[in-house]
Design a protein. Sequence first.
Length: 286
Amino acid sequence: MRPSDIVQSGTDTLQVLSGYGSRVNLNYHRTGSGEPLVLIHGIGSRWQMWEPVLPRLQAHRDVIAIDLPGFAGSPMPAAGTPAGVDSLASLVTGFIRGLGIERPHVAGNSLGGWLALELARRGTVRSATALSPAGFQRGGQRVYGRVILWTAVRLARLSMPYVDRIAQSPLLRKLSFNLFLMHPENLTPEDAAESSLALARAPWFDETLKALIADSFIGGQGIDVPVTVAWGEKDRLLLPSQAYTAAGEIPRARMVLLRGCGHVPTYDDPDQVASVLLSASSESAR
């Protein structure tokens, strides 16, 4: 039996050697069978953001959804590890190799989308799918994104004592998540509460946000594996116009518009997102 034939319904941790000379435990969820597909969440999020699409994906892929270092169920990396995409990409690469997987397909949302593209640029994956990826903000878009995320994390921290009460109210759930989802009503109260707590408690949030705002994705012209960039039509955080910047930076990428979806499209239209992920991870390297 191959590792990809084993269905793991629980959440596990794997200790991997980072590129900075120390070991880090990554929390992850693995399920399904087929070619491996690694899923990466956005800043302040958690692997569970992929749960709406897992039923469709796991029938066709060996799915590994991870918590990034310093977020949700994964601890901080070693002291002195710099925040930012370079460090995260190295840590994720170490995680993948620690599983014994060579060049999986990879997909990510927001920060996770940027990481998927960075792994494609490094040539360590078979294909990359980026859902509303960060890394393409320019000018005032950087300020706008930073203000939105800075405000969101501080509100999440302030509301921690009341998170269950807020999550139980359909109106307050909508007000809390309408910048990220077109359909916050698709979040269960439990998902809303746990997502808010994951954001509030993420120890690497502030440093990572600062590093991201100061950086941009570059080098996409040299990517030689299949890349799909899918943008939420109604994304209110990373505006859909940034897809044009992405298309210019990665000229061979396939560009897709996610109809009726916001920044985190897995909750808005799981079937549409799963179709994109399966199609994109079926492509052969050019």
